[in-house]
Design a protein. Structure first.
Length: 238
């Protein structure tokens, strides 16, 4: 009786061992564990400034920007998309429209321009009031009419304090009555007082000429024009 019982116990023990080995073989391995580091997650999230600079650069280059991907993030930080003109830039744009329409005035320059501002286009390179003001006052002598056909804000930012816009202007010459349409990309940089410190007018969006003496001729134009064009003097204050 005792031999039979002992044999039965050994059989049960062997079956139990086989069952445990089979369970270990069929059980799926545990998934690998992951450790998350808060600092690395935060560094992977783009900042508003980065998104704004990328969006502004893409618009300036004419690239397609996914508005849902970019502006959705920006709206969470600002109610003004970068393609909407900043309120402080509105007066500057109005004054520039007057200048390009051949209606210059001392009030415009005193209100919107720094005395040491720079102005460049394909024909001139100016620095300081005497040089850039003479260029604008020369326009009504050359053109009998200047009409803005269209304009579009490309970028308006706080830092840097600047805006970029595209403009299509039609000029009519005085002598031949010939019309000429010029499309420009205009870059306007301002100081902390929202006065223009630099304006670059790129016709057809092309870079300004600098090679083969072109830069010298543009600078010479900026210096000679004040000798030929009279700029009204500032009004005396009582």
């Amino acid at each position: 009786m005792s031999v039979t019982t002992s044999s039965h116990r050994r059989t049960l023990s062997q079956e139990s061992a086989r069952s445990q080995r089979s369970h270990r073989l069929t059980r799926s391995p545990s998934p690998p564990s992951q450790t998350f580091h808060p600092s690395s997650i935060l560094h992977s999230v783009p900042t508003p400034a980065l998104v704004e600079s990328v969006a502004g650069g893409a618009h300036y280059a004419g690239a397609r920007v996914d508005s849902d991907a970019v502006l959705k993030h920006r709206r969470s930080n600002s109610s003004r998309p970068h393609t909407v003109l900043k309120h402080d830039h509105e007066q500057i744009l109005k004054d520039l429209t007057e200048l390009y329409s051949c209606r210059p005035s001392r009030d415009i320059f005193e209100r919107s321009w720094s005395k040491d501002a720079e102005f460049e286009d394909p024909y001139c390179k100016c620095k300081g009031f005497d040089e850039y003001a003479a260029q604008w006052f020369a326009m009504p002598k050359i053109f009998s009419k200047s009409e803005q056909l269209s304009k579009r804000i490309m970028s308006s930012t706080d830092n840097p304090n600047q805006f970029i816009y595209q403009q299509t202007q039609q000029y009519t010459t005085r002598l031949l009555k010939k019309k000429k349409v010029i499309e420009s990309i205009i870059i306007v940089e301002m100081d902390d007082n929202d006065k223009i410190i630099r304006l670059i007018d790129r016709w057809d969006g092309k870079d300004l000429p600098y090679r083969y003496g072109a830069s010298f001729l543009r600078t010479l134009n900026g210096k000679v024009t004040p000798w030929l064009v009279r700029v009204p003097k500032a009004k005396k204050t009582t």
